[in-house]
Design a protein around this ligand. Structure first.
Ligand code: NZQ
Ligand code: ZN
Length: 385
């Protein structure tokens, strides 16, 4: 196990009554900007429930933060924050609204061009306090300090992060799942599943507890996936789903272990170019990244095959091969398509574009062993077409 520090100050408030805590958690006298997305919160009752708790605060609303939040939209919100002297942000939505709000929290106190935070990878040292009311279990953004923002003008989708960007608190009410369309439920399962894999499918390092924690999240997600996606709402299933998604990316399982994240970096290019939902881009890339980096990952693949899919016979290589096969079967069983051609016809030349983008950004050594070059990325994308 490698040395690590664990820091996560987000207060998580879980359960159907969680919104009742909102007014107690925000400092008295705060002037709040309530941020939200395209309007789902106005039709599923979440908006009314949250506004009721904010009745003693001055609240300004900013709606319209799109899926894959854009710098362009957020710049409008940033002007409002400055003009209105907003001192607390409350994100009510999924990963996009929460990520967008993290950007706003950072940009509000950043002197200079706020796009530099993303473009130059600046780790901001101060931010406005903010919190979230999660409406879509998937990203883990409610309990981590990262965000991903798109710039429409340039077609870039870039990540940012800083220890000052953890939400002060996050309310997780599993009932929000009731209004989620099947597409978003699927996204949630696959995004959380891949988050675990990015931190697990590397090489053995003797981190037994982290491995077992990761495996328990993977196993739980596989077990509940068909119920979450295809069956009517069930409080117990929904609670397990929501908690798995948070645990998959709140920092805990990545402590002391190597991590990959190349799938996410490549996946973001698929969203930037084709507007494919984030989670689906991951399902397109990671099985092929595993095949391409088979030698690097075969021990962990075999361990995963044994512990998750009960594959107990065969060599390490045979078990590892089974791991890929069974994972694809799982994805297909929940109706997730795993090749780019199933999402777009216009994929010719895309692998070269991605290679070039990665070269320009100097992303030349990705993966847990820092041995994935832009040419490797090209080949992985080619295999994924
Ligand atoms: O905008 P509204 O009207 O709210 O509709 C949203 C949106 O259209 C809808 N939705 C959300 N909650 C709902 C609901 N519809 C009905 N009922 C509800 N309760 O769902 C749609 C998608 O929402 P979005 O927030 O975009 O989805 P998700 O949570 O999957 O977030 C995706 C974004 O997060 C980034 C992704 O790149 C992408 O931009 N990620 C953030 C991460 C992080 N901060 O740690 C890590 C992830 O790997 C990911 O990269
Ligand atoms: Zn993700």
């Amino acid at each position: 196990m490698t040395p690590f520090e664990l820091y996560n100050p987000t207060k998580l408030i879980f359960g159907t009554e969680s919104y009742l805590r909102i007014s107690h958690e925000i400092l008295e006298g705060a002037k709040v900007l309530l941020t939200y997305g395209g309007g789902s919160i106005k039709s599923n009752g979440v908006y009314e429930a949250v506004m009721k708790e904010l009745k003693n605060f001055q609240v300004i609303e900013f709606g319209g933060i799109e899926a894959n939040p854009t710098f362009e939209t957020l710049s409008i919100a940033l002007d409002i924050i400055k003009k209105e002297n907003i001192n607390f942000l409350l994100a009510v939505g999924g990963g996009s609204v929460i990520d967008g709000t993290k950007f706003l929290a950072a940009a509000a106190l950043y002197e200079g061009d706020s796009w530099d935070i993303l473009k130059k990878g600046i780790r901001v040292t101060k931010a406005l306090p903010f919190a979230s009311v999660l409406t879509l279990p998937a990203t883990g953004s409610e309990m981590n300090s990262g965000a991903v923002i798109t710039r429409k003008e340039t077609g870039e989708k870039l990540g940012m992060g800083s220890p000052v960007l953890f939400p002060k608190f996050s309310c997780l009410n599993p009932e929000v799942i009731k209004s989620l369309p099947q597409r978003q439920l699927k996204n949630g399962i696959v995004d959380a599943f891949t988050h675990v894999l990015e931190q697990y499918m590397t090489y053995p390092i003797g981190a037994d507890l982290q491995d077992r924690l990761s495996e328990s999240i993977l196993k739980t997600l596989i077990d509940i996936a068909p119920k979450v996606i295809f069956e009517p709402y069930d409080q117990t299933i929904a609670s397990n789903f929501m908690w798995c998604c948070t645990m998959a990316l709140n920092g805990l399982i990545q402590k002391g272990v190597p991590t990959d994240w190349a799938t996410h970096m490549i996946g973001h290019e698929l969203t930037a170019k084709y507007h494919i939902d984030h989670a689906m881009t991951l399902a397109i890339i990671f099985p092929n990244l595993w095949r391409y980096k088979f030698e690097n990952k075969k021990e962990k693949l075999a361990q995963y095959a044994e512990r998750i899919f009960n594959v107990n016979t065969g060599s390490t290589e045979e078990k590892a091969e089974q791991a890929i096969q069974k994972t694809l079967e799982f994805l297909h069983s929940i109706d997730v398509k795993t090749q780019l051609r199933e999402y777009t016809e216009n994929y010719n030349g895309f692998s070269d574009e991605v290679k070039q983008t990665f070269e320009t950004r100097n992303w030349i050594a990705l993966g847990e062993r820092k041995d994935i070059t832009p040419e490797d990325v090209r080949k992985i994308v080619e295999m994924s077409c």
